[in-house]
Design a protein around this ligand. Structure first.
Ligand code: ADP
Ligand code: ZN
Length: 742
């Protein structure tokens, strides 16, 4: 029997059940239980964990069971975050359990002791340890390897650190502990990264007129506590970061907290340095390379309001700050803000705006090349637009476009670096200045194709050609890691001998060519191959900034937002390759990429130059990017988007069906399509099912269909209910506002 005063909790279980379940709150827990609390509840007599999403005074059900236990001493999710989760679940058509997992990662849910870590240290004296190590070296090389590390670190090492080292595993460590050679100890530490580094203080700069106008308006919003979104549209080097920093300063002075989103993990270090030098206080960092311990500590510090500034990649938008005043999304146009692999397929920029609205915080979106969605929002007055058109320190770089067709004729086919670019690299090198070369392809050659049938050697498991890596002498798939040993002499498709040729030079080749042409030149390369280890981004950037290299070669990792004042030459290779991709955003991507890369040149006091090498010499996008003419680009692009009915004039939903058996997927997808067609309200159109741009990934075949229409919230419940009847063998992903249709 349920007495009158009973309160009920709606609980979302951790396992993906689509609906929340009702539970009664026992009297002794009524004071504590709040929305956002983690709880244990009985499900078919078994204890299960879940999250309370709301407290109710009634329940539609009889015989409601009671909550068994409340976990943690506080509610982990605050009401504004729960409201945000609800919006994400509805807008992105994602199950609430998955959304909650995004906001409250499983490591954070654990009740692990906050600050204790296992340290492995020696249990016998140094000389004895050396002797012992030598004795076992032949018979137990793995144990000896562990002891070698301990000998180099006489105070011991964290177990987690030890296990990150090459060739070290748990079992030899355990054996050594059993033998009494090593011992475990618990050490209390704070695993929040970077809390003990020192930075040289910087002072706020005197703002120029454009910056001052923008900052004043932003400060007004922050003071008013009324949600507003500002678009800071400023050319590269126009001092957007300076405006961010002064806006952050103002927010902190009111006792409020700040989230700064950056699009690329490679950028976090540099941004942290600039912020730490200015604010001299603790800054939290959130990105996917944090260890579990680091993530746990950081999250709980934030929840308690102990850190005022958070920098991070897209998931940092969910930082549990109790008194959020400002959210900044730097390079808001970047597609890395979109999660597209897994549900919920959220866009961190859009989530930032919604979160701002829910918490009455101010939002700043910054970019030199705003996404067209944002640009239109600013033009319509939904966002407040501020334009920064000058560089406070120095001039815009001079840009040259080199026609690579002429270059190919001149050099009989084999042109990677044009004469113009080589000449400028040499001059820059002789003058002791630094150069950045950008090429958005890693490896030595991006594929090996047959001269007869034009087919490339591709992965066994993916719809992807294999890249040749010369250093490792392998052909490898950049999706799944499948490799083949070269040389391949017979075409696997048409079986003709001696027809295979390499094509599409990558960063590895650029680096080798430079060394051949300029013996003694010092280069650094930054791509996925050189940044596999934690901390490698920081190392490469650190070396480049401190002048340990003359040239930095890299993929899009080096394109965004980097600030190296002594770089005076930027070379953009293969600038046009992205224009061939059959996607409605192809032009936008190429335009912003070239603008961003070019913007790395001449950011200090010395004037900068940019060389763009292009096979599509006359292409309007390349020309507009070279002249940094965003407005003309945007207006022309908007006309095209309108004509073909693409965002921002409509919204898109991409549904991806995948699985092992293409026939099964197709037949399921066709039924789904029919049901959806029947259920779709007016104003929506449904496109036919086609194979995805990458039709196979890791042995999973993929098909997609596209919905166009405006009021997304009208159709997401329909999509959700249709997905409920899906067989286990088929994977279905709903991607609302996809960044590409390819
Ligand atoms: P953005 O973020 O727009 O690319 P930054 O904020 O990195 O530009 O600024 C580029 C350079 O200009 C930096 O070296 C910065 O210190 C300098 N700068 C910015 N604002 C001013 C200013 N008002 N006066 C002098 N230098 C400035
Ligand atoms: Zn593959």
């Amino acid at each position: 029997m349920i007495v009158k005063m009973t309160l009920f909790a709606k609980v979302v279980l951790d396992q993906a059940i689509d609906r929340p379940l009702d539970y009664a709150i026992p009297l002794h827990l009524q004071k504590t239980a709040k929305a956002g609390h983690r709880v244990v509840v009985p499900v078919r007599e078994k204890p299960r964990k879940g999250t309370i999403i709301s407290i109710e005074t009634t329940s539609l059900f009889t015989n409601v069971k009671e909550i068994s236990e409340i976990l943690h001493d506080q509610n982990l999710l605050t009401p504004d975050l729960l409201e945000l989760a609800d919006w994400i679940s509805r807008y992105y058509a994602a199950p609430m359990s998955k959304v909650l997992l995004t906001l409250l990662p499983s490591i954070v849910r654990k009740e692990m002791s906050e600050k204790q870590q296992i340290v492995i240290q020696k249990a016998i004296s140094g000389p004895k340890l050396i002797e012992f190590t030598d004795q076992i070296r032949i018979k137990f090389p793995k144990q000896a390897a562990v002891l070698d590390v301990i000998l180099r670190n006489p105070k011991g090492l964290f177990l987690s650190e030890l296990l990150e080292l090459d060739g070290i595993t748990q079992s030899p460590i355990d054996s050594l502990i059993k033998k009494g050679i090593l011992e475990k100890a618990l050490l209390t530490v704070d695993r929040t990264p970077l809390h003990d580094e020192e930075y040289i203080p910087t002072k706020p700069k005197v703002l120029n007129e454009e910056q001052a106008v923008a900052l004043n308006s932003i400060r007004e919003s922050i003071d008013s506590n009324i949600f507003k979104t500002h678009l800071l549209h400023g050319i590269t080097g126009s001092g957007k970061t300076e405006v961010y920093m002064q806006a952050i300063d103002h927010t902190l002075s009111l006792g409020k907290q700040v989230i700064l989103l950056v699009p690329e993990i490679a950028l976090t270090r540099q941004t942290i340095e600039r912020l730490k030098s200015r604010f001299q206080r603790q800054i939290a960092v959130i990105h996917y390379r944090l260890s579990d311990g680091e993530r746990f500590d950081t999250w709980h510090h934030l929840r308690k309001g102990e850190i005022q500034i958070v920098i991070g990649a897209r998931s940092a938008v969910f930082s549990p700050l109790p008194n959020l005043g400002l959210i900044i999304v730097d390079e808001e146009h970047e597609s890395s803000y979109k999660q597209y692999e897994d549900s919920p397929c959220y866009h961190a920029r859009d989530v930032a705006v919604v979160r701002g609205k829910l918490t009455n915080a101010t939002v700043i979106l910054g970019s030199a090349t705003p996404s067209l969605e944002t640009y239109v929002n600013a033009k319509n007055g939904k966002y407040i637009l501020h334009e920064l058109n000058t560089r406070p320190s120095g001039e815009k770089p001079t840009v040259h476009i080199v026609n690579m067709r002429d270059e190919m004729d001149k050099k009989k086919g084999g042109a990677l670096l044009s004469d113009v670019l080589l000449d400028k690299i040499k001059k820059n090198y002789d003058a002791g200045s630094q150069t950045i070369l950008f090429l958005n392809r890693r490896g030595y050659y991006s594929c090996q194709i047959c001269k007869e049938c034009q087919k490339a050697i591709s992965c066994k498991h993916c719809d992807m050609s294999l890249t040749f890596h010369r250093g490792l002498n392998i052909l490898s798939c950049h999706i799944c890691g499948f490799t083949l040993k070269p040389p391949i002499e017979i075409c696997p498709s048409c079986h003709k001998p001696d027809t295979m040729k390499y094509q599409g030079p990558g960063t590895e080749q650029v680096e080798r060519s430079l060394h051949a042409i300029f013996p003694g030149i010092r280069t650094l390369r930054m791509d996925r191959d050189t940044t596999k280890h934690k901390g490698s981004h920081d190392r490469i950037f650190g070396e480049f900034r401190t002048g340990k290299a003359d040239i930095l070669i890299g993929t899009q990792m080096i394109a965004k937002g980097l600030h190296f004042p002594s770089v005076t030459l930027v070379g953009v290779l293969g600038a046009d390759s992205g224009l061939h991709i059959p996607d409605f955003r192809a032009n936008e991507h190429v335009f912003s990429l070239i603008t961003q890369v070019a913007g790395r040149s001449g950011r200090g006091h010395m004037p900068g130059e940019v060389v763009i090498q292009s096979f599509l010499f006359d292409h309007p996008i390349i020309k507009l990017a070279a002249s940094d003419d965003y407005k003309t680009f945007a207006e022309a692009e908007l006309i095209e988007r309108k004509e073909f009915d693409y965002p921002p004039f409509t919204r898109l939903v991409k549904i991806i069906f995948s699985g092992n058996n293409p026939l099964h997927i197709l037949s399921y997808a066709e039924n789904f399509y029919k049901a959806l067609k029947k259920a779709l309200p007016q104003g929506f159109t449904l496109h036919t099912i086609i194979p995805c741009g990458k039709a196979k990934i890791k042995d999973k075949h993929r098909f997609q269909c596209l919905i166009k229409g405006n009021n997304i919230l009208k159709i997401t419940p329909i999509l959700r209910s249709l997905t409920l009847k899906k067989p286990k063998s088929i994977h279905l992903l709903i991607d609302v506002d996809p960044t590409s249709t390819f």
